[in-house]
Design a protein around this ligand. Structure first.
Ligand SMILES: [Zn+2]
Length: 201
């Protein structure tokens, strides 16, 4: 791992630990990646470890199809999803995926997550899509669903997978994390507003 890749790995570690410490991801779920500049390669979290225990050594380098080119670990099983996003979105350099509880709760409505705060309206260009993929991981046959969403929303900061979690992306790991945090915060507030509406307060 050269120095530039090590710096990117360090940023991914910060993103992992923040997501874990804020409860956006618990246990050993969730995964993150970053594009290696100028190459059709990505740095991907290995499978099996907790985001809370992340280290720069806990990543492998793969191509966009998930084939390992450097490292001995096994990449996350979501490696196809990460590679797909780098192929589809040339401006995306980092992808984070968390099993975030409020976002998953919102996704059970089947509706796009509305931007219910001024902050989310400022930061997110459109409501957040909810995509129903009938699998624990995104597979090759699911890619048209994601391609359609991104074609219609090229500046999209992320989306939510039904019964699964947030996928957020941006130009670097910390901005991708910020997008995930904002989506989770927005989902939490949207659900609270829905509850208050139901109670007729
Ligand atoms: Zn997942």
């Amino acid at each position: 791992m050269d120095n530039m890749v090590k710096l990117i790995a360090d940023e991914l570690v910060v993103a992992c630990k923040r997501a874990y410490n804020r409860g956006i991801q618990t246990g050993s779920g969730g995964n993150v990646s970053a594009r290696i500049p100028g190459k059709e390669l990505m740095l991907v979290k290995e499978s099996g470890s907790s985001l809370g225990d992340s280290t720069a050594e806990g990543f492998v380098i793969t191509d966009f199809d998930g084939n390992v080119v450097e490292g001995t670990g096994k990449p996350t099983r979501e490696v196809f999803l990460h590679g797909l996003l780098y192929k589809l979105c040339p401006e995306v350099n980092a992808v984070v995926h968390f099993h975030a509880p409020y976002s998953i709760g919102w996704a059970s409505t089947g509706k796009y997550l509305p931007r219910v705060t001024w902050h989310s309206k400022l930061k997110i260009p459109s409501d957040i899509p909810v995509i129903d993929i009938p699998s624990a991981m995104v597979r090759r046959e699911d890619s048209p669903l994601i391609e359609d969403i991104l074609r219609n929303n090229p500046k999209l900061p992320g989306f939510i997978l039904v019964d699964h979690g947030i996928v957020a992306m941006d130009k670097d790991p910390l901005n991708a994390l910020h997008n995930a945090e904002l989506i989770e915060e927005t989902a939490k507030i949207a659900l609270l507003k829905a509850v208050i509406g139901k109670l007729g307060i």
